[in-house]
Design a protein around this ligand. Structure first.
Ligand code: HEC
Length: 182
């Protein structure tokens, strides 16, 4: 290993030298941006990444949905992996049920997550894993409501939107310590 290091460094040096020669070659008819790295990011492209919803619901989008509406979304886009009732399956976690008090605890969205906004945020950005960001905001509100309803957190026709979602009381909301407040 010790002997290999100088060889490695030499090859890097050779690479830099080659690049340097290439750059000199290009310099003859140098464009305004000789490095030509990347292209400007548009506002529309940024909007597709600026999606993080804070625990207090900050940055939740417009739209709304109920569990009754979310049933269809869940069956089509989630049930194959997470089970028809959110019970999970091999390789995909249970979303509802469980308890933080059993030994061992069964930590699910329903039993463990302190903020409902996190469910919206996670599903919008990561689920289904085969096609993240493919759900509309309305579909995410609907399926979020459905998962919360499966755990008995909200009623079937409770309307989730950017105002009501942050106020949803999760069962384990007091199970964490906010170290930033100490
Ligand atoms: C192809 C299978 C598949 C599909 C379809 C799918 N999921 Fe998942 N989901 C997973 C896997 C695997 C994980 C675990 C990911 C990890 O831990 O990194 C997961 C994790 C999650 C979690 C986090 C659970 C936790 O406790 O950490 C939520 C919430 C979730 N999925 C919701 C959904 C919803 C809602 C849908 C439908 C819109 C969906 N998933 C569709 C496979 C899937």
């Amino acid at each position: 290993m010790f002997m290999r290091k100088p060889v490695f460094m030499l090859s890097i040096a050779a690479g830099v030298f080659t690049l340097g020669v290439a750059a000199i070659g290009l310099a003859a008819d140098a464009p305004a941006n000789p490095v030509a790295l990347g292209s400007p990011v548009t506002e529309a492209q940024l909007a597709n990444w600026d999606l993080i919803v804070a625990p207090d619901g900050h940055n939740l989008p417009e739209g709304s949905g109920t569990a009754a509406q979310g049933l269809a979304v869940y069956q089509q886009k989630c049930a194959a992996c997470h089970g028809t009732s959110g019970e999970g399956a091999s390789g995909s976690p249970a979303l509802v049920g469980g308890s933080v008090s059993t030994t061992p605890p069964l930590l699910t969205v329903g039993s463990y997550w302190p903020h409902a906004s996190t469910l919206f945020d996670y599903v919008r950005r990561a689920m289904p894993p085969t096609a993240p960001k493919s759900l509309s905001n309305t579909e995410v509100y609907q399926v979020t409501a459905y998962v919360l309803h499966l755990h008995g957190v909200i009623a079937e026709n409770f309307v989730l939107n950017k105002n009501t979602l942050p106020a949803v009381q999760m069962p384990n909301r007091d199970g964490f310590i906010d170290v930033s407040a100490n």
